[in-house]
Design a protein around this ligand. Structure first.
Ligand code: AMP
Ligand code: FE
Ligand code: FE
Ligand code: ZN
Length: 286
């Protein structure tokens, strides 16, 4: 049987619905051989995922960094996957801490905007339900669902709600700085869903070439937010620039419909990522 590798998943440490232990158990149950935990702007899920790692499963510790590109105004937001970096690298830790604080302030401002329009959502309750997680729009989406204003998370991300009308920027990290810091921390940077146009504006290929020159290692090609043509384009670009390609589910539990292992990464790409890293090791269960 072929090796099944899924390098992009979320837990309750950010906006997923399975806690890290449940996530690794679900990964094993889904028949994966390798899973990466890549919560937004945090490494808090690493330890509990490691402790619960089922036998036969390998864990790649990672994160998905909220980045911005200042080449357009307002800046374009993008996501950078970071694998196997040192979680104690001081500058990286400082950026992640700052990002999470910015998310808190921005979440509260979004709730203020909603309340000013007479929409009954409560920040204290949203925070309580999020626990220690990196707070994001999905947590506010759940409040809109509880209030009966929308039926699904997808609807909550529509233009009348968190997708546009009540969308506010957060203080994302400059994408070149992110790539440099990931490398400085011994990690490997892979650009997440670079062509996912339904999430908002995307960046030009020229920027991806500049990022490759700055130390970017790979591009996520197979992702549910990419059309077949977009996947092919990303593969072509990666081949041109000497970057590896990944495929991953970007699993978020019940916040999205995609399943673990819905898209997978080749053994060759995975081995290149491991070989290029020096921050923490990939872990195999005993
Ligand atoms: P934030 O990080 O707070 O800006 O929220 C972005 C997160 O919301 C992404 O990481 C996804 O998990 C989720 N998301 C974005 N767009 C959608 C969508 N259309 N439907 C469901 N979830 C979405
Ligand atoms: Fe997310
Ligand atoms: Fe993402
Ligand atoms: Zn993600």
């Amino acid at each position: 049987m072929s090796t099944r590798i899924d390098l992009h998943t979320h837990s309750t440490a950010s906006d997923g619905t399975l806690d890290p232990a449940e996530l690794v158990r679900a990964a094993a149950a889904a028949g994966l051989d390798v899973v990466a935990i890549t919560d937004h702007d945090t490494t808090d899920g690493w330890e509990p995922a490691l402790r619960a790692l089922p036998s036969g499963l390998r864990l790649v510790r990672g994160a998905e960094l909220s980045c911005r590109w200042d080449g357009e105004q307002p800046p374009v937001s993008l996501h950078m996957l970071a694998y196997l970096f040192d979680p104690e690298h001081p500058e990286l830790v400082a950026e992640l801490t700052r990002l999470r604080a910015s998310r808190l302030a921005r979440g509260e401002r979004i709730v203020d905007l909603l309340r000013a329009d007479g929409i009954d959502v409560d920040w204290t309750q949203i925070l309580a339900l999020a626990g220690d997680a990196t707070v994001g729009r999905p947590h506010i989406a759940q409040a809109l669902i509880r209030a009966g204003l929308v039926a699904t998370t997808t609807e909550a991300f529509g233009p009348d709600w968190l997708g546009k009308r009540y969308r506010l920027p957060k203080d994302d990290i400059d994408v070149f700085r992110a790539v440099r810091l990931i490398r400085a921390a011994g990690g490997v940077a892979v650009f997440a869903h670079p062509r996912a146009s339904r999430r908002g504006r995307t960046v030009p290929d020229e920027l991806i070439a500049e990022l490759a020159a700055a130390g970017l290692v790979g591009l996520e090609a197979d992702h549910e937010d990419h059309s077949p043509a977009e996947r092919a384009h990303v593969r072509g670009l990666a081949a041109e620039l000497g970057l590896l390609v990944t495929g991953s589910s970007d699993f978020h539990g019940s916040h999205k419909t995609v399943r673990l292992g819905a898209f997978t990464t080749s053994v060759e790409a995975y081995e290149r990522i491991v070989a290029a890293s020096s921050g923490v090791t990939e872990v195999a269960s005993g």
